[in-house]
Design a protein around this ligand. Structure first.
Ligand SMILES: NC(=O)c1ccc[n+]([C@@H]2O[C@H](COP(=O)([O-])OP(=O)(O)OC[C@H]3O[C@@H](n4cnc5c(N)ncnc54)[C@H](OP(=O)(O)O)[C@@H]3O)[C@@H](O)[C@H]2O)c1
Length: 408
């Protein structure tokens, strides 16, 4: 009976759950290479989920639910009380500490991502926190107390607790919001520039919304590739930040005429554009393309709040403009590049660990109502981004220690 195998059989027969305890994840590289063997079976887990420090998980929690389709996040989403979910066999139950805000949270709440999904459905794409429960299969790679980050459309990250498939989780060395910036924002810049940018040393790269979540990474990766980088932004503070991460020519389009500045300072035009804004900004970017230039469509945030989700764009002359310059426009959508994802995350985590990558986080500390703390502040954080106020990745501290409910 002392054999772990026999214990496991007994527990299975009695319908109980088991938990494996093992050593640290060695997660600095970011990704598990091989699943470590389970060594000890902890029977305390057989009757109920327990968090790492032995205090029980509450029976209910708060989460944000899309109850009505709308690009107006406040209209679409409600705070609801729900049971804390139970992880399935291959799942982790994560107590969220930080969740990331993405421009597309309002595309998701308006049903644009999957028109077949009808409300109510859970909101939020990405989070980072502590594993507080897990299923049997998941216990071959994780244990209670591990720190993980995760990303997935429909993951329901805007909640105090989220169930996440273990295979879609990324072990992280600590619950720092900086790691959260890499999952979507960093990965998008890393993979898009690598796969579609074809960057060559000495080329000129224009990054729009350059001081934002994904823009900050595009600036740094283009600099690492030996390019001259221009970055658009809407304030002098953001321009100063862009300088600090190596941007050669930040342009505050509120105080400088973008078209005139590009024409005057870059008569040879730009080789690559990392374009996130759409509408008029996309027109300007297309007109700035050099011969054989590549424009990567990352997004079109200026249209997301409208009913169509699109911003007006003078597209009729596009074929002529592209042909005359042998230029191209390339679309990028992260879920289509998952085969590149693990390598991208590992590389970025290594760069961050070595101090070679700045991951700027904006938790709203300088906003009028203060830091984004608690789940309800997701609403303020979305507004803040759409007011163009953020510098870096917008992150909400769901369970700050001051609230008294964080174990992290
Ligand atoms: N294709 C993909 O797979 C993928 C993945 C992630 C993100 N994205 C896209 O990347 C873009 C940035 O997303 P993010 O989450 O990283 O946001 P973000 O850049 O952190 O924040 C958005 C920034 O866009 C600018 N902005 C906000 N509202 C605007 C409006 N109505 N009109 C014009 N500019 C506005 C503001 O910068 P300034 O005021 O400084 O201009 C703001 O700081 C979005 O288009 C998003 O959809 C795409």
């Amino acid at each position: 009976m002392s054999s772990p195998v026999l214990l496991l059989r007994l527990l299975r027969r009695s319908g109980s759950r088991v938990r494996a305890i093992r050593g640290g994840t060695g997660a600095l590289s970011g990704v598990h290479s091989a699943a470590p063997n389970r060594s000890i079976i902890d029977m305390s887990y057989s009757s109920h989920f327990m968090d790492f420090k032995g205090s029980s998980i509450p029976s209910t929690m708060k989460k944000l639910v899309v109850t009505e389709l709308s690009p107006d996040f406040r209209q679409a989403v409600r705070v609801q009380t729900a049971s804390v979910p139970t992880p399935g066999d291959a799942d982790l139950l994560v107590r969220n500490r930080f969740v990331g805000i993405n421009a597309s949270d309002i595309n998701y709440s308006s049903g644009r991502y999957d028109p077949s999904v009808k409300p109510p459905f859970d909101a939020g794409f990405e989070g980072i926190g502590e594993v507080v429960g897990l299923g049997l299969s998941a216990s071959s790679r994780y244990t209670v107390g591990d720190t993980v980050a995760y990303f997935g459309f429909g993951s329901g990250a805007f909640a105090e607790y989220t169930v996440v498939p273990a295979k879609e989780s990324v072990p992280v060395p600590a619950v720092k919001p900086e790691f959260l910036t890499l999952l979507v924002s960093g990965a998008t810049a890393f993979i898009a520039l690598k796969r579609l940018g074809d960057l060559a040393k000495g080329e000129t790269v224009l990054v729009t919304a350059a001081a934002g979540g994904t823009g900050q990474f595009a600036v740094q990766f283009a600099k690492q590739a030996g390019c001259h980088v221009i970055g658009t932004c809407s304030s002098n503070e953001k321009a100063g930040f862009l300088k600090s991460i190596g941007c050669d020519r930040p342009i505050n389009y509120k105080t400088e005429d973008l078209v005139k500045t590009l024409k005057k300072e870059y008569p040879q035009c730009v080789d690559v554009v990392y374009e996130s804004v759409g509408g008029n900004m996309l027109d300007i970017a297309v007109n700035s393309l050099a011969n054989k230039g590549r424009l990567i469509v990352i997004g079109f945030i200026s249209g997301y709040q409208s009913a169509s989700g699109l911003a007006p764009f003078k597209g009729t002359t596009l074929p002529v403009k592209l042909l005359q310059r042998s230029a191209s426009i390339r679309g990028f959508f992260l879920p289509h590049f998952f085969s590149d994802y693990r390598e991208a995350l590992s590389s970025m985590m290594e760069m961050f660990a070595k101090g070679k990558l700045k991951c700027e986080v904006d938790c709203g500390d300088s906003s009028p109502e203060g830091r984004f703390e608690g789940l309800e502040s997701v609403f303020r954080a979305v507004d803040y981004m759409y007011a163009g106020n953020n510098l870096g990745k917008v992150v909400v501290d769901v369970a700050p220690p001051s609230v008294g409910n964080s174990k992290l």
